[in-house]
Design a protein around this ligand. Sequence first.
Ligand SMILES: *Cc1c(COP(=O)(O)O)cnc(C)c1O
Length: 433
Amino acid sequence: MSKPYENLSAVDPEIADLCVAEDRRQASVIRMIASENYASRAVVEATASTFGNKYSEGYPHKWKDGERQWGNGRYYEGQEFTNQLEQLAIERALRLFAPGKESQYHANVQPLSGAPANFAVLNALLEAGESFMGLALGHGGHLTHGHKVNVTAKYFAAHQFPLGSDALMDFDIIAKMAEEVKPKVMIIGTTSYPRSLDYSKFGEIAKSVGALLVADVAHISGLVAHNILPHPLPHADVVTMTTHKMLRGPRGGLIICRKELGEQIDRSVFPALQGGPHMNNVAGIAVALKEALSDDYVRYAKAVVENAKHLAKCMIDRGFELVTGGTDSHMIVADVTKGKDSVRAANGIVMSEDSARAGIVFNKNAVPGDEKPWRPSGIRIGTPASTTVGMGVADMEQIADWLVRIAQSKSDGSTLDAIRREVGEAMTGFRVP
Ligand SMILES: *Cc1c(COP(=O)(O)O)cnc(C)c1O
């Protein structure tokens, strides 16, 4: 499928050719990186709009005695449309994530992405050197939850908790660490944890030590919004997310918080961390939020989980070993060094590289217990993007069969190339946005 690049081709054919090549790649492989998706053409048009030309530091509101009052809170002139745009985005975010309770919450739609959103929240809630707790990266947490290479560990006292021995959240471990560390914030979110999260338990632990609870739902925003997975509210004080994963928006970040924290969070995003918001992205986010409020999206979100569960079942039937034995969400983590001999791979790198050559694109991933982070034993497979193009459970069956042939190919190029042709052929039957 080709997209119109007339102006770009005339000015810069090199970049136009790359855009066309990437469009073709995205239309001809099965994209199974769990954090990726396809934004709709409507989202893409809004994101490419002239709102990108506008400087609009500040907000479409001001804070007075803890209340958000709509009205021009910007530093530069010419904001008659940016104010309307950002107010719509905020209202839609609240309708999606706090329906019926919009007046108790606030939304900040300006974070440039998920990592800056998390840093903004920690910066709002913590002084330098104060302590917080998050899930360790190697156990499925995110870098911004206090990994040592991340700025969150440089400015704050970060404490990382592991999963239990069954690769599941172990509330005894978490409660014990909370008791010892007395964190001011607990940030709970996952990038490679296939199971649902019990936010009421995290909320209880946080409350018992006087910590605020931040839920980072980057991967699962669309699932929690429609209660397909447990909703973090009202247990969490703050919810952070990216807008380009399940939410199918442009790249960006989004923060929902209790109204009382709104002013503090807003100030931390701007002026503490960021300058002018990317208003073109805010436009794209507003469109994605409108789409995510639709019945179509609810059907989509349910299908994402149905596909992941079916793919998990098909993989188990064929001898793959899944971490936690299955999934509740959009994501599967498999330990490819285990399972039936015939489907084993040397490590996650071999399996993910061979699969990519065969046109099924996902990533290598550490699994709990991995001792060599540079040679992860696992792969992470997600269904959000493949479900967007219209794949269903029968297609998951076919993907599982391909995965078996890929594992059994032992990296044989001609086998992988043959599968690549079959995948390309199959992809012509789907609707790529
Ligand atoms: C993706 C992700 C982020 C970071 O988002 P970026 O947009 O890549 O900065 C943060 N937290 C979690 C849990 C994520 O999955």
